[in-house]
Write a protein that binds this ligand. Structure first.
Ligand code: C5P
Length: 238
């Protein structure tokens, strides 16, 4: 397998073609952005840590029947993935009120939700990933209702699996963002699984162990990401 031309550069990752039209290489950068790229910075070794957490979590999910784009880790910063056509809908699952939901509902952060909540946003940096619903997705042709039913079902399954996974390592999974794509006609989980895209709180202290440390200038960013890696490595992918 050979690395070929750059296909796409996003805020945290670069995608490269390979000599196999069904496979791409996903490269993890240290760049960090927040508030729709108004705030920019670097988290040292973030790319290495997010590649590692994504590898273990994708393997764990595959082991529990969730189809993902992950094929194998190639090196510290790169993983080989199935090429997908990304569905431009970001799915957010939530277990505890935080972030934009706290603002939208006028609720305090930290209030547990009686049931998991699923939200959809249009994946568009230019528009700041606006909140949308199934009618917009259907009318705009971003995904069919059938595809969205599969995506929502998979999202709730992933959320339930990961709530338990993180509970085992004394972490609360507050919320996370998921992206899906189509590969050979099948909906599979894509993107990355890491503290950039999930809110993770220490279950004993409620200390934030995710990108909110960068967004909110809380310090100890690298240390928190490293602690998440350490706990995920200790839990493994079974
Ligand atoms: O900001 P908000 O509360 O809507 O974020 C919910 C979850 O989705 C958080 O875990 C956040 O890190 C993630 N997210 C993301 N990318 C976005 C928006 C949110 O990873 N563009």
């Amino acid at each position: 397998m050979e690395k070929r031309e750059k296909l796409y550069e996003g805020k945290a990752k670069i995608l490269y073609a390979t000599d196999d039209p069904n496979l791409i290489i996903q490269y993890f950068k240290d760049d960090a952005t927040a508030f729709n790229a108004e705030k920019k910075g670097t988290i040292i070794n973030k790319g290495i840590m997010n590649n590692r957490t994504s590898e273990i979590i994708f393997n764990f999910l595959e082991n529990h029947g969730v189809p993902t784009h992950f094929v194998k880790k190639l090196n510290d910063r790169e993983m080989l993935c199935k090429k997908v056509q990304i569905i431009p809908v970001e799915v957010i699952t939530r277990n505890i009120v935080a972030g934009s939901l706290a603002k939208r509902l006028g609720s305090e952060e930290g209030v547990p939700l009686a049931k998991p909540v699923v939200e959809h946003c249009y994946k568009s940096d230019a528009l700041g990933d606006p909140f949308i619903n199934i009618y917009h997705i259907d009318a705009m042709g971003w995904a069919t209702r059938e595809q969205m039913a599969t995506i929502d079902e998979l999202s709730l399954k992933i959320n339930a699996l990961l709530v338990n996974y993180y509970r085992d390592i004394n972490i609360k999974l507050v919320d996370m963002k998921l992206e899906f794509g189509v590969h050979k006609g099948q909906i599979i989980l894509a993107d990355e699984m890491c503290p950039d895209t999930s809110r993770l709180w220490d279950a004993t202290t409620n200390e934030k162990m995710d990108k909110d440390r960068f967004r909110r200038d809380l310090g100890k960013i690298e240390e928190s990401y490293a602690e998440v890696v350490r706990r995920i490595e200790s839990r493994g992918n079974k």
